[in-house]
Structures are given as structure tokens and as C-alpha cells.
Design a protein around this ligand. Structure first.
Ligand SMILES: Nc1ncnc2c1ncn2[C@@H]1O[C@H](COP(=O)(O)OP(=O)(O)OP(=O)(O)O)[C@@H](O)[C@H]1O
Ligand SMILES: [Mg+2]
Length: 653
């Protein structure tokens, strides 16, 4: 800006110098013309004097002529005397006029005319002197008077001719002077008008450039200087406009940087007036730029003494670091921001202005982020807790499963214990038979009646009975075996059922319970853990035993039914129907109606979990007239990656 003004001043000064020179030249021309005019006026005056003198000469000559014409010598002498006196006066007057003015030497034309005049005058004077002489020496001579009269006449004539010439020359010069004056007036007026036009034009364009400079100084960068023409002023206007364009670009560049800032930026004066606010600030607060500029910062930051504090902080530390404040939006809503400030000091023609550049960071998102982070931490902690709980639960489940397994084992041995008397009887009977047969053999040996047929018969009985004992022992060993980790096997359904029945048969017999079992082909194969299925069957048979013990009609019936997918094994007894209350709680662990020490209440719940682990179901048949428990098992256990159990058609038992 300063450069521009300097350039402007220099150009204007140059222009003014040019105009001044033009005016000086014009004045010189006018001066010369003026001098010439005065010279001409002087010449005119001189010619007037000359003419007047010539007229006087003529007048004197007439006087002389009058003297010469006078016949009386005394009168003539008087006239001549008067003439001489008049002439002396005239000569002295002419010398007085001619001397100091010296005008006849200034113009060639006038000099020439003067020379002619001088020549005429000289001749005239000589003639006068001659006339005088003759008048003095020959007074009263008639001839002389006559010749003097001729002479005087001739002189008079020549003088008149000289006067006419003078007149002619005089008017010629006057006309020339008039033309000269007119030309001078025209030229002077033209130069004057030209000067005025140039001055007005130059001044007007300078004024326009100056106005543009003022507008730009006021901040209106859209103002343009007129570029018309091809002189220095138009060059100046073009340079000025280019400079303004650059200024706009720089301003736009600066503003685009400020606008692209994510943070709010506010420039405040030392007194707390808002000088600038960037786009982010306007967006965040909802104000228009005009509504903020020139207003107090309290409009945005209502905190008392904020400016004073921040200025004091800046003075003390150079910058004011992130302090947390509230900014009020246009609608009155408050947002939490972190403010940091830097001092600025700018010098201009109007003096030094100081203030602070404040950067306000909207903390709303940050706070939300923090809340979210806290929420996530809490969620993660909860998830961790749940994970830990889940792990604990898994451990507990594992323990429960182990406990269940132990319970199953326990219940199994409890069942064994319950059957112990029956088993003992089961084994004791064959042993008694073997013992008896062995006694018979001994007796036969003692009496020496060794009949081979009889011996063979006794031996066969011992063998069969021993086989029966071995079978019972085998069943016991099988039942005692831990079946929980046993893999499923394809086993003969008849073997599984016999293993269970063998454990109960003797007891039923003791208590007079009729046992009805189906005929099963050995080829019917069921994939399962045989020990566990036998255990379930024993539990059901034990419950049935307990249910029919007290009723007059005692029977227990085992039935098989099958379809391509599964086999149904049912145990029906002749006991009383189970009441709905008990029916609802049958499968609950530790639910028992039996006396303490007799039943644990785990039999059915364990049996159900065993059957379900085989993908089957154990339920009480609600439609049956008797108490009927049904085990439903798939023929084949599903392999890993297989959805459904393989079907086996074994309807023919
Ligand atoms: N066949 C049945 N007839 C009548 N009631 C039965 C029959 N089977 C079971 N119950 C009833 O269901 C209850 C629970 O049977 P569960 O086999 O689970 O336990 P428990 O036989 O009492 O004891 P545990 O079998 O552990 O020795 C029994 O106490 C009995 O009241
Ligand atoms: Mg039971």
C-alpha cells in the first residue's frame, strides 16, 4: 500500500511537473508575444509622434510660405523670425523625443522608414537653411521671393508625399498588429483550454485512483481503478488493480487457511473487541460474521474478566494454554471448549494495535468420546467379568458333571447295594446246587456206585450252574465298570437287557413279582454305551419293583417297539398310578417319596441325563393306564459332522 501511494505520488508529481512546464512555456510564449505587442504599440506611438512632427513641419512651412508671400519686408521678417523661433523649439522637442525612446532602431521597417524620413527632413532642413540664408541676405528681392515660393511649394509637396507614406506604413502596421493580437488571443485561449482539459482529465483520473485506494484502505477490495487509456495513469491503475488482485488472493489464501481450521479461531483486541472469527467459529456458534465483528468477546464467552485474565496470562507467559471455558451459541446453548491464546501486535498508519489470537477447541466430541471410552471400559470390564464368570461357570459345570458322574456311580452302587441280597441269593442258589451235586458225587464214590451216566448228569448240572454264577459275576463286573468315558458301541440289545434283568430277576422272584420280557433276536444291535443303558433299565426295574411290592397283583412288563429311526423300550408295572403332583416332579433330582435311607431321589434324573446323552428321551407315558416309563433311543449315535442318526430297520426282534 505504501509503495502504491509512493508510486502514485511520484506519478502525480511527474504529471504536475509536465503541466507546470507546459504552463511556463506558454507564459514565455505569451511574454514574447506580449513584448512584441508592446514593441508594436511603441512603434505606433513613434509613428504618431513622427506624423505629428511632420504635420508641424508642414504647418511651419506654411507659415514660411506665408512669410515669403508677404510683400512687406517688415512683416516678412517678423514671420521669418517667428518661424526661426518655432523651428528652434521644434528641433529641441524632436531631439528630446528621439533621444531617450530610441525606438527607430528596433524595427527594420521602421528604421527604413526613419531613414527615408531623415533623408526628407535633411533635405527639408537644408532647403530651409538655404531659404533662410537667402531671406537674410536678400530681403525684398522679388525673384528670390518667387524662387523661394517655388522652392517652398516643392518642399511642401515632398513633405505631403512623405506624410502619405507614413500614414500608409502606419495603418499597415496597425492591421498587422490587429491580426497578431487576434492570433495571440486564439493561441492563448487554446493553450488555456488545453491546459484546463489536461488538468481536469488528469485530476479526475488521479481522483478515481485515490478513491479506489481509499476504498481498499477501508477494506473494500472489490473496488477497481479505471484502466482506460495507455498513459502512465492507466499503467498505474493496472498495477494498482494487479496489486489489489494479489491482495485479494493473499486474503483469500489466508482466509481459506483460517476457514479450513477445524478449531474455532477468534482474534480479539486488547480491549476485548472481536476483530476476526473464522468459519469454524461461525459454524459452531451459529452467528453470522457481521454479528460478531466489532462486538465484545463477552457475547461468546460470558465468563467475567476472561479477556483481562487471558491478556494477563499472555503477558506473563507469552501464551495462554488450554483452559476450559464455556462458549455460548446464538441460541443460548453452551458448549464446553478448551481455549489457548497467543498475543499479537500489529503496526499500521493509525498506530500499534495489540490483542490475542484465541483458538477454541470444541470439547463436546472429546467428552462424548471419553464417555464412550468409559462406557466401553465398563462394557469391557463387564465382558471380562462375564468371561470370568463364564469360566467359573464352566468350572462349576465341569465340577457338576463330575459330581453327577460320581452320583451316577454312587447311585449305581446304591442300586447294587439294593440288589445285593438278590445278587447274593442269585449266587448262593447255584453255589448250593453245585455244593449239593458235589455231595452227590462224593456219596457215589463212597458207595462205589460210579454210574457214568449219573456222574455225567451231575457234572453237567454243576457246569451249567457254575456258568450261571460266572454270568452273574460277569454282569456285576460289567455294571460296576465306569461307563461314563466308554465310547458308544454296537451291542446286542438282548445282551444289554439281559445284563439288567440278571441283576433283578432273583429279587423279583423272591417277592413274587412276575417278570414279562420279550423275546429278542441276538441280531438286533443298538449303538450305545451298554453299561449306562443297563443302569437306566435297572433303575426303572427297581422303581417298578418298589411300586408293585405292596400291591396284590405284582407284575412288571418289559416291551420293545421299533421303527426305522429308533427303538422304544418300555417298563410297565402293576403298581398304583402316580398322582399328578408326583408326576410333575418325578424327574427332579433328589425328589423321592421313599423313606430316608431307601431312596436318594436321583434315579430318574440320572436316567434321563444318560438317555439324553444318547440323543434319546425318557418319559412317563401319560396315556397309559398303568405306570409306564418309555426309553426312546436312536439305533445309531450321530457321528461328528452328521446331523441325524443313521437309521436301521430292526422291526423283527
Ligand atoms: N414305577 C413307579 N411307580 C410309582 N412311583 C414311582 C415309580 N417310579 C418312580 N416313582 C416315584 O418317583 C420317585 C422318584 O424316583 P427315583 O427313581 O428318581 O428316586 P427313588 O426311586 O425314590 O430313589 P433312588 O432311585 O435314587 O433310589 C419315587 O420316589 C417314586 O415316588
Ligand atoms: Mg429309583
Amino acid at each position: 500500500m505504501r509503495k502504491t501511494i509512493r508510486y502514485l505520488t511520484r506519478t502525480i508529481r511527474g504529471k504536475l511537473t509536465t503541466i507546470g512546464c507546459a504552463i511556463v512555456v506558454m507564459i514565455l510564449i505569451l511574454g514574447v508575444l506580449h513584448g512584441y505587442m508592446w514593441e508594436s504599440i511603441a512603434e505606433i506611438e513613434a509613428w504618431r509622434i513622427h506624423s505629428l512632427r511632420t504635420e508641424l513641419l508642414i504647418h511651419e512651412l506654411r507659415f514660411l510660405e506665408k512669410a515669403a508671400e508677404t510683400r512687406n519686408p517688415e512683416e516678412r521678417r517678423l514671420y521669418v523670425g517667428q518661424y526661426i523661433q518655432k523651428r528652434a523649439e521644434l528641433v529641441s522637442e524632436l531631439e528630446a523625443l528621439q533621444g531617450p525612446r530610441g525606438i527607430f532602431v528596433q524595427s527594420t521597417t521602421i528604421s527604413t522608414q526613419a531613414d527615408q524620413e531623415n533623408a526628407i527632413r535633411k533635405t527639408f532642413l537644408e532647403n530651409i537653411r538655404s531659404l533662410e540664408t537667402r531671406l537674410r541676405t536678400a530681403p525684398g528681392n522679388e525673384n528670390l521671393i518667387a524662387s523661394e515660393g517655388d522652392l517652398l511649394y516643392a518642399l511642401s509637396k515632398s513633405l505631403r508625399a512623405a506624410g502619405a507614406l507614413h500614414e500608409k506604413l502606419l495603418w499597415k502596421d496597425v492591421r498587422r498588429y490587429q491580426r497578431l493580437v487576434l492570433v495571440m488571443i486564439f493561441l492563448g485561449t487554446s493553450v488555456l483550454l488545453l491546459g484546463i482539459w489536461i488538468a481536469a482529465r488528469t485530476t479526475r483520473r488521479i481522483q478515481l485512483v485515490a478513491n479506489t485506494a481509499n476504498e481498499i484502505n477501508r477494506g473494500n477490495l472489490n473496488s477497481k481503478a479505471p484502466e482506460a487509456g495507455s498513459d502512465e495513469l492507466s499503467d498505474l491503475a493496472i498495477s494498482f488493480n494487479q496489486m489489489t488482485e494479489k491482495l485479494i488472493q493473499e486474503k483469500e489464501y489466508s482466509e481459506s487457511i483460517l476457514s479450513s481450521m477445524g478449531e474455532m479461531l477468534v482474534v480479539v483486541s486488547e480491549a476485548g473487541t472481536i476483530l476476526h472469527a473464522n468459519t469454524a467459529c461461525l459454524d459452531a456458534t451459529g452467528y453470522e460474521r457481521d454479528e460478531l465483528l466489532g462486538k465484545e468477546i463477552c457475547l461468546l464467552i460470558p465468563e467475567k474478566d476472561f479477556c483481562k485474565d487471558i491478556m494477563a496470562g499472555i503477558k506473563r507467559y507469552g501464551v495462554q494454554k488450554d483452559s476450559s471455558i464455556r462458549v455460548v451459541q446464538k441460541g443460548g446453548t453452551e458448549i464446553s471448549v478448551a481455549v489457548s491464546g497467543t498475543a499479537f501486535s500489529s503496526r499500521s498508519s493509525s498506530g500499534t494495535s495489540k490483542g490475542a489470537i484465541l483458538v477454541l477447541k470444541d470439547m463436546t466430541d472429546y467428552n462424548l468420546l471419553m464417555e464412550e471410552s468409559q462406557r466401553r471400559s465398563t462394557a469391557e470390564a463387564t465382558a471380562q467379568l462375564e468371561k470370568e464368570k463364564s469360566a467359573e461357570l464352566t468350572v462349576l459345570n465341569q465340577k457338576l458333571r463330575e459330581t453327577q458322574a460320581q452320583v451316577i456311580e454312587t447311585s449305581k452302587f446304591a442300586a447294587l447295594g439294593e440288589m445285593a441280597s438278590g445278587i447274593a441269593h442269585e449266587i448262593n442258589n447255584p453255589l448250593a446246587i453245585i455244593h449239593g451235586k458235589a455231595g452227590q458225587l462224593k456219596d457215589l464214590i463212597e458207595v462205589d456206585k460210579l454210574d457214568p451216566l449219573k456222574i455225567s448228569e451231575i457234572a453237567t448240572k454243576i457246569e451249567v450252574t457254575a456258568m450261571r454264577v460266572a454270568k452273574i459275576v460277569k454282569s456285576l463286573r460289567t455294571f460296576a465298570h465306569d461307563g461314563k468315558s466308554e465310547p458308544t458301541q454296537r451291542l446286542a440289545l438282548k445282551g444289554i437287557l439281559d445284563d439288567a434283568l440278571d441283576m433283578c430277576r432273583e429279587r423279583f422272584k423272591i417277592h413274587g413279582i412276575t417278570l414279562i420280557v420279550p423275546e429278542i433276536s441276538r441280531g438286533v444291535v443298538l449303538e450305545c454305551r451298554g453299561v449306562q443303558i443297563s443302569q437306566v433299565l435297572i433303575n426303572l426295574l427297581n422303581n417298578a419293583h418298589d411300586a408293585v411290592c405292596e400291591v396284590p397283583e405284582k407284575w412288571i412288563k418289559v416291551e420293545l417297539d421299533s421303527n426305522p429311526d429308533h427303538v422304544e423300550i418300555s417298563v410297565t408295572d402293576s403298581g398304583e398310578k402316580i398322582s399328578p403332583e408326583i408326576r410333575a416332579r418325578l424327574m427332579e433330582p433328589f425328589f423321592t417319596t421313599k423313606p430316608v435311607g431307601k431312596g436318594s431321589g436321583l434315579g430318574l434324573s440320572i436316567s434321563r441325563s444318560i438317555i439324553e446323552s444318547h440323543q434319546g428321551q425318557l418319559e412317563l407315558d401319560s396315556e397309559s393306564q398303568q405306570t409306564r416309563f418309555v426309553i426312546r433311543l436312536p439305533w445309531r449315535q450321530p457321528r461328528e459332522g452328521s446331523d441325524a442318526p443313521t437309521t436301521v430297520n430292526t422291526t423283527n426282534f
